[in-house]
Ligand binder design. Structure first.
Ligand SMILES: [Zn+2]
Length: 62
């Protein structure tokens, strides 16, 4: 991955960024991951575009 996560912060708590989930930078907290899911998962547009980076989080019909 070309993105250096160390240069980013969790969008929800401001902690160190550990993942990109649902098109958001998040830390290791499941709580923040859930917030990202709720924030971005609803409309579906972002998720569809970013799904290629995080296939584990979506129901891909492989
Ligand atoms: Zn966080």
């Amino acid at each position: 991955m070309a993105i250096d996560l160390g240069e980013h912060r969790c969008e929800f708590c401001g902690g160190p960024c550990a993942h990109i989930a649902f098109a958001a930078f998040v830390c290791d907290s499941e709580e923040c991951m859930e917030k990202a899911r709720v924030a971005r998962g609803g409309p579906g547009g972002h998720m569809k575009r970013k799904a290629e980076g995080k296939p584990a989080f979506v129901d891909l019909d492989l």
